[in-house]
Structures are given as structure tokens and as C-alpha cells.
Design a protein around this ligand. Structure first.
Ligand SMILES: Nc1ncnc2c1ncn2[C@@H]1O[C@H](COP(=O)(O)OP(=O)(O)OP(=O)(O)O)[C@@H](O)[C@H]1O
Ligand SMILES: [Mg+2]
Length: 397
């Protein structure tokens, strides 16, 4: 009666029941395929963080933190060391309790539910594998504790080891593995009991750069493939931009901004976010007029221009944020333009980074070396610089 009619990644995706007694066609979409791209992601809330505050002694680690993490989402908490990322993750896992507010899992307040009764698992930076057990036993451990039958455990362990490409290593011990392989086993173990939410606390930070980059792809496809909500903690902004559906930027125990990677990079809500994510130039400007979405300013180079802003900025002094790659040089100049002097330059092959002096300020510009003649602004020379108004942003000083 069921006819498989469509495949995604070699797996049956769409089933059609085409001989239904009342003559209607019923279409069923397999669960894993409900895991679409960002635009079609589920809007159901998986984890709700509601007005959470936490003090350690007299130190206020979290201040009234609020956000919702959606089902099937790859959600990243990004921020500098000590901003409260692990504390928030430990609250979701049940190892820490908020002083005020609540943590909800699928709309149920879980603050009083012990860690082992939450359908949430954690992957730690240190892997935390059991050294005396084989890889199979490591992956099976949580399933035995949940009372699964032997046959079901064996099938699940086999499936998980295959999923992380470690099926040929099942009888090895953790000490016989590389860092990346240990990380894969830690992932398999955490995913085996089918948690609703997987918490990952800087899981890639112990790996070397090449492996980190490869594991980014693996983690992302594991998340898309399983449809499990991933809550990922990192202080590495590139990792966050590369992997996440949405990022919560945390600073000083508070949420500074939540948005898609391009939103937080291109439209930072404040100076903290503009500075923490990527590189930027901050210039002092005078605000002449402002609405909620744009401000007319006088630049230090004398021009009056209208530029986007995050919120209404008061008249008077403000900060203009403009990223180095948005400052074009020489024949690449568009929009508002001015002259600057080349102070330093770093030729990096694909790009050349310039330090420029203009009106008593120093600014950084990076130029893509689009042709052989790309790197032709010598130190000490004046250079033509420009930027398009809507690529800059006015922020409250
Ligand atoms: N059990 C504790 N007792 C006292 N202070 C704590 C405790 N746990 C965390 N803190 C403090 O709370 C703040 C937030 O810590 P947290 O571990 O959440 O930071 P983080 O953002 O994960 O930092 P990192 O990137 O370095 O891991 C820090 O200043 C830390 O010293
Ligand atoms: Mg931490």
C-alpha cells in the first residue's frame, strides 16, 4: 500500500499511500525530512530561557536573560570568556539552578527536574569518555541506564558508530583514538538516547585548526540529519558564523543581540557586538537627525551622510562602525569618498590589509587582490578611500 516516491540523501523521504479505501491520496513526509533549510525551520520553541539571573557570591554572572531556542535549530551562544555561556548551558542540563526565572523544555518548566530525567544531553570540551570501556560500551552506557533491551542497544550503538564514521573502531578504548575520533565518540554517546536537545560546550576547542574546520561540517550535517536541536557554546566568532542558524551574542551576563549570522555581523545592535564579531573601525561622528532606522551624521571627513542605525540615536556624538572590507580603495571606490595616507600594509595573498591615517584617526581597510595589479598602494602614499552608506552603521556612543 505504501509506495516510496522520493529520496533525500538516499533515504526515503516522502511516502504516498495511493490505494486508500476512500480513494484519497495521503502524503506522509518522514520525520527526518522535516528538517529543512533556515527559512522553513520549525517555529516551535524547544528551550525557553525566561528572565534568568544568577549570582555566584556577590558576582552577578547572568542578568535577566531571555530567549527562545527553536526546535531543529542550530543555536549558538557566543561571547567572551566569563560572560556566562557555560552557566546557561549547565542550567539547561540541570547542573545549575537559576536564582530567578525559569528554563523551559517544550514549554514545561524543568528547573525542578533532575538532570537524568531531562531529555537533554551534553557534549563536553574534554569529551568525558570512560577510559576503561570500549567505544561500544561508552556509547551503550546511557542506554543501559535507561533500561533499553540488549538487542535494541546493540542496534543503536551500531547505528551511532556508523553515523560518526567510527564503526571500524568499536572495540578500541578511548586512549587509542585521536582527539577528533574521541570527539566523534562523545557525540555518538550523547546522541544515542535520542535527546530532544543536545548541548555542546566548546566541543571543538581541543582540536587543531584543520580538524576543527572539518568537524564543523560534520556537526552541522549531524544536526540537519538528526533534526535534534543543538545548543552550541563557543567564543570563536568564525565558528558561530559558519555553523549557526541563529546566534545569541552574550556579554557581561546579558544578551546583547540575537539573530542570524549575517544579521549580527552586518547589523550589530551595539558597539559590543560590532567589536566582538569580526573587525570594525569606530569613528566619532555628530548626529544631526535620527529616526529609528537611520541617522544623518557628519563624518570626521566633513561629509553629511545618512546611514542605518540599530535604534534611535540621540543628537550629538555617536559612533560610526564600518568594517575594513567595506572600505574600498583606489579603483574599487564607491559611495562616500575621501583621501587617506597608507601607514602600514600586510600582504596576505588573497587580501592586503591596510592601516590608513585620516583626519587624526587611524582606520583599517582590506582590499581583495582581484587582479595581479591589486597590491599597488605603497606606504606613505595617499590613497582614494570610499564606502557605500548602507554598509556602515551608526551606534550609540
Ligand atoms: N560555581 C561557580 N562559583 C563561582 N563563580 C562561578 C561559578 N561558575 C561560574 N562562575 C563565574 O561566573 C562567570 C561566568 O562563568 P561561565 O563559566 O558561565 O563563563 P563562560 O562564558 O562559559 O566562560 P569561558 O568562555 O571561559 O568558558 C565567570 O566569571 C565565572 O568565574
Ligand atoms: Mg565556558
Amino acid at each position: 500500500m505504501f509506495r516510496k516516491c522520493s529520496f533525500i540523501d538516499n533515504r526515503p523521504a516522502l511516502y504516498v499511500l495511493n490505494e486508500h479505501p476512500v480513494g484519497k491520496r495521503i502524503v506522509m513526509i518522514s520525520k527526518r525530512c522535516l528538517n529543512f533549510g533556515d527559512s522553513q525551520m520549525s517555529q516551535q520553541t524547544a528551550v525557553g530561557v525566561n528572565d534568568v539571573s544568577k549570582k555566584f557570591g556577590s558576582y552577578q554572572a547572568l542578568r535577566s536573560v531571555n530567549f527562545d531556542i527553536r526546535e531543529n535549530e542550530f543555536f549558538t551562544m557566543l561571547g567572551p570568556s566569563g560572560c556566562g555561556k557555560t552557566t546557561l548551558l549547565r542550567m539547561m542540563a540541570g547542573f545549575e539552578t537559576p536564582d530567578t526565572g525559569s528554563i523551559q523544555l517544550h514549554h514545561q518548566n524543568i528547573v525542578d527536574i533532575p538532570p537524568h530525567k531531562r531529555r537533554v544531553n551534553t557534549v563536553f570540551q574534554s569529551y568525558a569518555l570512560f577510559p576503561h570501556m570500549t567505544l561500544s560500551q561508552n556509547v551503550a552506557f546511557g542506554l543501559e541506564n535507561l533500561g533499553w533491551g540488549q538487542a535494541k542497544i546493540e542496534a543503536r550503538v551500531g547505528e551511532m558508530l556508523e553515523r560518526v564514521h567510527m564503526q571500524d573502531f568499536a572495540s578500541r578504548k578511548p586512549a587509542q583514538l585521536s582527539g577528533g575520533q574521541r570527539q566523534r565518540i562523545a557525540l555518538a554517546r550523547a546522541l544515542a538516547p535520542e535527546p530532544k536537545v543536545l548541548l555542546l560546550d566548546e566541543p571543538l576547542s581541543a582540536l587543531d585548526l584543520k580538524l576543527r574546520q572539518a568537524m564543523r561540517d560534520e556537526l552541522r550535517s549531524l544536526q540537519r540529519d538528526t533534526g535534534i536541536t543543538f545548543v552550541f557554546v563557543t567564543h570563536d566568532q568564525e565558528e558561530a558564523l559558519d555553523m549557526s542558524d541563529r546566534i545569541a551574542v552574550l556579554g557581561s551576563g546579558e544578551v546583547q543581540q540575537i539573530g542570524t549570522p549575517s544579521k549580527v555581523y552586518e547589523e550589530p545592535a551595539n558597539k559590543f557586538v560590532a567589536d566582538f564579531i569580526g573587525e570594525t573601525n569606530f569613528l566619532d561622528v555628530d548626529v544631526l537627525e535620527s529616526s529609528g532606522t537611520s541617522a544623518t551624521i557628519r563624518t570626521p571627513f566633513g561629509q553629511v551622510i545618512t546611514v542605518p542605525c540599530a535604534s534611535a540615536v540621540p543628537h550629538g556624538k555617536a559612533t560610526l562602525s564600518i568594517r575594513p572590507e567595506k572600505l574600498n580603495l583606489g579603483d574599487q571606490v564607491e559611495g562616500v569618498d575621501f583621501e587617506a595616507k597608507v601607514v602600514k600594509k600586510h600582504y596576505l595573498g588573497g587580501y592586503t590589509h591596510y592601516l590608513l591615517a585620516v583626519g587624526g584617526a587611524e582606520i583599517r581597510a582590506s582590499r581583495r587582490n582581484a587582479s595581479r595589479a591589486g597590491d599597488d598602494f605603497p606606504i606613505g602614499d595617499n590613497v582614494h578611500v570610499g564606502f557605500v552608506e548602507n554598509s556602515a552603521r551608526v551606534l550609540v556612543k
